[in-house]
Design a protein around this ligand. Structure first.
Ligand SMILES: Nc1ncnc2c1ncn2[C@@H]1O[C@H](COP(=O)(O)OP(=O)(O)OP(=O)(O)O)[C@@H](O)[C@H]1O
Ligand SMILES: [Mg+2]
Length: 156
């Protein structure tokens, strides 16, 4: 299936698209965030959290690998940028199948430990505050999710 692409011109755009996605997410959904350093993976996660009705401020879990938040569903926010051994078992499976939503920044560093069905989102710099955001659904669940998100966007 083709990827879905959207342009973000400012942080608020990224926040809002992520928030819309967050509203559509269900138990055990897995979102992988990739792309340029500082492009907005954490910013995207903040929007996603808002769509999950999480009130606490979401910050990068860089020094802990994982942070957990409670909302409409639990959010497990992981950042594996500093993981040194990609094959070291981080024990993440217990999160993926625990009825929450998992978001993993720099996911490709630990590909082997991740569910093959996921929604991979790439963020790229296109200018000072311009970003290209590419949604790549891997699996039927995520294709349906992207279609729902896009159909909704067209009507707003
Ligand atoms: N259109 C935009 N979308 C998202 N962030 C933007 C945009 N324009 C500017 N920014 C800024 O870019 C920065 C993105 O930082 P953020 O920590 O979210 O990136 P990141 O991809 O998580 O970084 P890292 O690679 O360190 O994990 C923020 O300071 C944000 O305000
Ligand atoms: Mg980050």
């Amino acid at each position: 299936m083709a990827n879905f692409e959207i342009k973000s011109n400012q942080p608020k755009d990224t926040y809002l698209i992520a928030k819309r996605l967050g509203k559509l997410l269900g138990p055990n959904d897995v979102i992988l965030l990739e792309g340029d350093l500082g492009a907005g993976k954490t910013a995207f996660t903040k929007g996603l959290a808002s769509g999950l009705d999480i009130k606490r401020t979401v910050n990068s879990p860089t020094f802990t690998i994982i942070k957990e938040y409670q909302g409409r569903l639990p959010l497990y926010h992981m950042d594996v940028y500093r993981v040194e051994d990609s094959l070291e078992d981080l024990g993440l499976e217990e999160y993926f199948y625990n009825q929450g939503v998992s978001v993993i920044e720099w996911a490709h560093l630990i590909t082997e430990q991740l569910p093959s069905e996921n929604l991979t989102i790439y963020l790229y710099h296109e200018g000072q505050t311009a970003r290209k955001i590419v949604f790549q659904p891997n699996g039927k669940r995520y294709e349906a999710l992207c279609e729902e998100l896009w159909n909704e966007n067209l009507s707003h």
